[in-house]
Design a protein around this ligand. Structure first.
Ligand code: NAD
Length: 648
C-alpha cells in the first residue's frame, strides 16, 4: 500500500494525546483531538495553547501560535474524529480492553485505508490489532513524554502490519521533524523501555540484597558512568507504580524494594516520596563522591543483555537501539556502543557469575551475546562487537557528505545535547578528515545539527572520572582541523561554546548567524580551554580581550565576535546559506594548489619570525609560478574570462 497522510486524529487529550496533537499541528497537519468528555478535550486544548505560547516566546515556532491552533479541532464524537482521518493515533489509558474497544470502533468508523497507530508503552500491537478487521493497518507509534520536546518515536510492527503502513508511519514521523526508529517485531515495551527497565530493576534488586545505598548507586551511575539520572531518581521521576504495572502485566519479577514502596503508596515524586523523600526530606541527596565500589557493570550488563536480545531476535539494529537510548533514554551514548567499549566478554562473564550465584532467569545470557563472544567479537578492541570497527567503525555523532564540487560537509550530529562533544565525537571528526582523500576535497564546512547550536562545548558528563589521556582527543582533533591542507569553514548557527569555539578557532574561515553566541565558559567549571582556546584566541584577538573572555567565561553575541575579529562575518538568518554557498563556490572553483600553499604559508609564517615568514612566502610563490593553474589564471585574466583551474 502507498498511503499519503494529510489529516490526523488523536484519541485521548491527556499528557501524551495533547502533545502529539500539538506536534502534528505544528508540522502543518489538520488534527482532530478526541476525548470522552468535553471538559477533558478542552483541558487538552488549553494545554496545547499554553505550550504553543511558550514555544513562540522562546522563538521556537515558525508560525503564529494562533495559526497552528487553528489546525486543531476537538470533539467527543469518535466517528466525527476518525471518519476523514488518514492516520489515527490512539493515546488513551494503558489498558488492553480500553484500547481494543477503541480500535474496534475506529476500524468501523474510519475509511478503509486509515492507518491506526497506538502510543502504547507496554502492550503488544498485535493484541490491540486483533480487535479490528484490518490488523494490517495497525502499528505502534510510540512517542516520548513530552512529545513536543522529545525527538524520538518508535515505529513498531504488529504481526500482521503491512510494510507500506510502517513506511508511511516512518515518513509521517520524519515529517514531524522527529527521529523514528524501527521496531521490526512485536515485543512489549518496544526498544527503549526494554533496555532502560533493567537500569531501574537491577538497581532495585541490588537494594534488596542490602549491601548498597540508594545514593551510592545513583551517584555511581551518574558520576562514573555518565547517566543523566540515577536509577532510583529516574524511577521516582517516572512513578514506581508505572514501573511495577509494566512488569506485572507480563508476570516479570519486581524487586521487593520497589513493590513495597508501591504498596505503601510511595510512588515517587508524584506522591512526595519514593526512594527519596521530596516533602519531609531533602529530596534527591547524593553527592558526586558517593558511589565508590558500586558494581555498575552489573546494571549495565543487564541492559546490554536486553539490547543483545533485541538484535539477536531481529527486533532492532544496534544503530536504532543506540539512537533510541540517546534520544529516548537520555543516555550520553547508545547501549550497544557502551557494550563494545566495556568488552562483551566482560559483560558475559558478569552475567554468568550473577546467574550462577542467584539462579535468576534475568541473568541468563542471551544467545546472541554468547555467540558474539564465542566468535571473538568482543567489542571495539577485538575489531568487532555489536559494531564492526575494522574500517574505523560507524559514525554515531557526525554525518558527512562530499559533494561533486568537493565540498566536504561535516555535521556535528548530537542535537539532543546541543551537539556537545564526547570523546567519540572528537574521534569521529578526526577520523572523517583522515579517511576522505584530501585530493577530492576542495574545502570543509563544519556545522551543528539543528538550529540551536554549532556545539555547546565538550560533554562534561564523563569529566569527573575521565583520565587526562581521555581528554587528549580534544587537542588532537582540533590540531587535525587546523593542519588540514584544504580551507576549513565554521558555519555557526546558535551556541558555539567551549570546545565548539576551539574547533571554530582552528578553522580558516568563520561565519555565523546574528543570533549566535560564542564563548569560553570553561572557567565556570574550574577549567580553562583545553583545545588550543587560549593560544589561538590570543593570537587572533590579543591579550586583553582573550583574558577577559577566558577569565570571565564571557559569551559574545555574533555581532561582538565579528567586531573583535573572531568571526569573518555575522549575517541575518536569511542571508546565511547564500553566504556559505558563495564562499564554498569560490573555494571549490579556486586554484587548489595555490589555496593549499596560501594556507600553509599564512599559518607557518604566523608562528615564525617575519624573515622566516617572508622566505616561506617567496618559496611558495616560486613553486606556484610553475603551475598550470598559474598559466590558466594569467590567460583568463588576459582574455577577460573566468579561470578554469585544473588543480595542477
Ligand atoms: P493520560 O491518562 O494522561 O491520558 C489518557 C486520556 O485518554 C485521558 O484524558 C482519558 O480521558 C482519555 N480516554 C479514555 N478513554 C478514551 C477513549 N475511549 N477515547 C479517547 N480518549 C480516551 O495518559 P497518558 O500518559 O497520556 O498515556 C496515554 C498512552 O500513552 C498510554 O498508552 C501510555 O502508556 C502511553 N504513553 C505514556 C507516556 C507517558 O510518559 N505518560 C509515554 C509514552 C507513552
Amino acid at each position: 500500500m502507498d498511503a499519503e497522510i494529510e489529516s490526523v486524529a488523536v484519541l485521548g487529550a491527556g499528557s501524551m494525546g495533547h502533545g502529539i496533537a500539538e506536534v502534528a499541528a505544528i508540522a502543518g497537519y489538520d488534527v482532530v483531538m478526541r476525548d470522552i468528555e468535553e471538559e477533558l478535550v478542552e483541558d487538552g486544548y488549553d494545554q496545547i495553547e499554553w505550550s504553543l505560547g511558550k514555544l513562540a516566546e522562546k522563538g521556537q515556532l515558525e508560525e503564529d501560535p494562533e495559526d497552528v491552533l487553528d489546525r486543531v479541532s476537538t470533539t467527543v464524537d469518535l466517528e466525527a474524529a476518525v471518519a476523514d482521518a488518514d492516520l489515527v493515533i490512539e493515546a488513551a489509558p494503558e489498558d488492553l480492553e480500553i484500547k481494543r474497544d477503541i480500535f474496534a470502533d475506529v476500524d468501523a468508523a474510519s475509511g478503509p485505508e486509515t492507518i491506526m497507530a497506538t502510543n502504547t508503552s507496554s502492550l503488544r500491537v498485535t493484541d490491540i490489532a486483533e480487535a479490528t478487521e484490518h490488523p494490517e493497518y495497525v502499528c505502534g507509534m510510540h512517542f516520548f513524554n513530552p512529545p513536543v520536546k522529545m525527538d524520538l518515536v518508535e515505529v513498531a510492527s504488529g504481526e500482521e502490519t503491512d510494510e507500506g503502513v510502517v513506511d508511511a508511519a516512518v515518513e509521517f514521523v520524519e515529517s514531524l521533524d522527529k527521529t523514528p526508529i524501527r521496531v521490526r517485531k512485536d515485543v512489549p515495551q518496544f526498544v527503549v523501555n526494554n533496555v532502560l527497565t533493567p537500569l531501574m530493576g537491577e538497581a532495585g534488586f541490588m537494594l534488596d540484597e542490602g549491601d548498597v545505598e540508594i545514593q551510592d548507586v545513583d551517584a555511581a551511575m551518574i558520576f562514573q558512568r555518565g547517566y543523566p539520572m540515577g536509577p532510583f531518581e529516574l524511577n521516582d521521576f517516572g512513578g514506581l507504580d508505572i514501573f511495577t504495572h509494566s512488569r506485572d502485566q507480563w508476570d516479570l519479577p519486581v524487586p521487593d524494594s520497589i513493590r513495597s514502596r508501591v504498596e505503601n503508596d510511595n510512588l515517587g515524586r508524584k506522591t512526595g516520596k519514593g526512594f527519596y523523600d521530596y516533602e519531609d526530606g531533602e529530596g534527591v541527596n547524593y553527592e558526586p563522591t558517593d558511589g565508590e565500589g558500586v558494581d555498575t557493570l552489573r546494571i549495565e550488563a543487564r541492559m546490554i543483555n536486553e539490547a543483545a536480545r533485541l538484535v539477536g531476535d531481529d527486533v532492532a539494529d544496534p544503530e536504532d537501539i543506540d539512537v533510541g537510548m540517546r534520544l529516548g533514554g537520555g543516555l550520553p551514548e547508545g547501549t550497544c556502543r557502551t557494550a563494545d567499549k566495556l568488552g562483551l566478554d566482560n559483560v558475559l562473564e558478569k552475567l554468568e557469575s550473577l546467574h550462577e550465584r542467584t539462579g535468576a532467569e534475568r541473568y541468563e545470557p542471551d544467545d546472541y551475546l554468547v555467540e558474539l563472544v564465542e566468535n571473538g567479537h568482543t567489542g571495539e578492541k577485538a575489531g568487532r562487537g555489536f559494531y564492526d570497527y575494522r574500517d574505523g567503525g560507524p559514525y554515531h555523532y557526525i554525518s558527512h557528505e562530499l559533494t561533486d564540487d568537493g565540498v566536504l560537509n561535516v555535521v556535528f550530529d548530537r542535537e539532543e545535547r546541543l551537539n556537545a562533544f564526547s570523546t567519540d565525537m572528537f574521534d569521529e571528526v578526526k577520523r572523517v578528515l583522515e579517511s576522505v582523500d584530501d585530493e577530492d576535497v576542495a574545502c570543509v564546512v563544519f556545522e551543528g545539527a539543528g538550529d540551536r547550536a554549532f556545539s555547546a562545548g565538550a560533554d562534561i558528563t564523563g569529566f569527573t572520572t575521565a583520565e587526562p589521556t581521555d581528554l587528549a582527543s580534544v587537542d588532537e582533533t582540533v590540531q587535525t582541523i587546523y593542519e588540514y591542507p584544504r580551507p576549513t569553514i565554521a558555519k555557526i548557527d546558535g551556541f558555539c561554546l567551549g570546545a565548539g569555539l576551539e574547533i571554530t578557532l582552528a578553522c580558516d574561515l568563520r561565519y555565523a548567524t546574528e543570533g549566535s553566541t560564542l564563548g569560553s565558559p570553561e572557567i565556570d567549571l574550574g577549567l580553562i580551554p583545553g583545545g588550543g582556546g587560549t593560544q589561538r584566541l590570543v593570537r587572533l584577538i590579543g591579550e586583553p580581550r582573550t583574558k577577559e573572555m577566558v577569565y570571565r567565561g564571557m559569551q559574545l553575541s555574533a555581532e561582538r565576535a565579528e567586531e573583535w575579529g573572531i568571526l569573518n562575518r555575522a549575517v541575518e538568518d536569511d542571508e546565511f546559506e547564500e553566504l556559505i554557498d558563495d564562499v564554498t563556490d569560490d573555494l571549490a572553483n579556486g586554484p587548489q594548489t595555490a589555496l593549499e600553499v596560501a594556507k600553509n604559508v599564512i599559518q607557518e609564517g604566523q608562528n615564525a619570525s617575519l624573515d622566516t615568514g617572508l622566505t616561506l612566502e617567496s618559496q611558495g610563490f616560486g613553486l606556484l609560478a610553475t603551475t598550470d593553474d598559474m598559466l590558466e589564471g594569467v590567460a583568463a585574466f588576459n582574455q577577460d574570462r573566468e579561470p578554469d583551474f585544473g588543480g595542477e
